[in-house]
Design a protein around this ligand. Structure first.
Ligand code: SF4
Length: 398
């Protein structure tokens, strides 16, 4: 069996305990049954007062931490039972496996501290990711043919061609990261439009240079944007009362963005537990020439291209939109983090906060975000933002 890994990405667990805190951990019915059969009262007096360590397919969390996370950051299930008794999602984190016609693709989550910092050994050489270990992981198959934008689709080989184009744009040394991102976005949509209308696809270089000149936004685009806001609003209104979901996040994000689009920067947005006027966030510089910052962002974006984001049912170029959202949100959250920590400009630490928040959002709220992407909302939003401040700062707004 063939495996492919993203070049240059390293990972080896440093037992930081990050993946056992601040989110939900899903378990299967069998895993739940097994865990409930254990006598936790005698195995671990620390949790003897707890009624059930697992329920409704979720591990119990206390103060945002998994009940099995020991103070020394070791896993109690592993220590008292066995490694194999740990739920699959714990054993597998931070790795995703996608089945493709060329074999399995192995991609990591950037919520993991070791992945984020590129610590450890190359994925390919990691003993935790041996073929035997991977064979036990959950595998998501690629749906073929791959959907471009609903009306056109491509086979695997063609998809691979576009994927390598996106990589080559991310490797262009003469373009800074912001321009690379804009070029990918335009290239993706240009290919999709050409496919739908049965037109010839322009050569890559021609398309990239055209993309960097285009900053136009049309009235129909604005109308679609407002329509999309209402669709999100309807979805929000039908949510179970009090239940947190991706769409509530998405709704507030979109709503604030609409206000921002209309008033150009005079509202307040909360993030990381703080409230700041957008105008202040805009003032925190993100140094696009800082090699540490751009290395991390470039690695993260390559991972997004390589992993399921562009291989799933939502379609290849909606995948490109998802990548754009991720990029914009990362920059946005990094700036909030810098502001909250009173740093004069975005530091590597702020960027790490931004990436991990976005990864968490994508892992936990995929449905809400996918819905937005499927409405094309973010591509419209991006067009508006780009029209506001051409190329240089359009994406930095976030
Ligand atoms: S977040 Fe990564 S490095 Fe930290 S414990 Fe989990 S898998 Fe290990």
């Amino acid at each position: 069996m063939t495996y492919s890994f993203l070049e240059g990405q390293k990972y080896q667990c440093i037992a930081c305990g990050r993946c056992c805190q601040n989110w939900e951990i899903h378990v299967s019915k069998e895993e739940e049954k097994k865990l409930l059969q254990r006598d936790w009262k005698s195995l671990a007096p620390r949790i003897s007062g707890v009624e059930a360590v697992v329920g409704d397919g979720l591990l119990l969390f206390k103060e945002n931490k998994c009940i099995f996370l020991e103070p020394d950051l070791k896993c109690l299930i592993q220590a008292k039972c066995s490694y194999d008794e740990k739920p699959l999602s714990c054993r597998q984190f931070p790795i995703w496996v996608t089945e493709t016609p060329e074999g399995k693709r192995i991609t990591p989550s950037f919520f993991c501290l070791a992945v984020l910092r590129n610590q450890g050994v190359h994925l390919k050489e990691n003993p935790e990711l041996s073929p035997e270990a991977i064979a036990k992981f959950a595998i998501s198959p690629v749906k073929l043919p791959i959907n471009l934008l609903g009306q056109a689709s491509v086979d695997w080989n063609e998809f691979r061609k576009y994927e390598s184009e996106f990589f080559s744009i991310l490797d262009k040394k003469d373009l800074d990261l912001q321009r690379q991102i804009i070029a990918i976005y335009h290239r993706g949509h240009e290919i999709a439009r050409a496919k739908v209308n049965n037109r010839e696809i322009k050569p890559l270089e021609e398309s990239v240079s055209a993309a960097l000149k285009e900053t136009h936004v049309s009235e129909p685009t604005k109308a679609r944007f407002i329509r999309a806001i209402f669709l999100v609003f309807i979805e929000e209104a039908t949510l179970e009362k009090g239940k947190q979901s991706g769409s509530s996040f998405a709704f507030s994000f979109v709503w604030q963005t609409l206000k921002m689009a209309l008033e150009w920067g005079s509202i307040r947005i909360s993030a990381l537990g703080h409230e700041f006027p957008v105008i202040e966030v805009d003032k925190v510089p993100f140094d696009w020439k800082d090699p540490q910052l751009t290395e991390l962002l470039n690695r993260y974006l390559k991972n997004l291209v390589f992993r399921g984001q562009v291989l799933t049912e939502q379609g290849v170029f909606r995948g490109v939109s998802t990548m754009m959202i991720a990029f914009s949100l990362v920059v946005w959250y990094s700036r909030f983090s810098a502001l909250a920590n009173k740093r004069p400009k975005v530091s590597l630490e702020d960027l790490e906060t931004g990436v991990s928040l976005v990864e968490k959002l994508f892992i936990q709220h995929t449905k809400g975000v996918q819905k937005l992407v499927s409405e094309g909302l973010f591509s419209i939003l991006l067009e508006i933002l780009m029209a506001r401040q051409p190329v240089a700062t359009s994406l930095v707004l976030f």
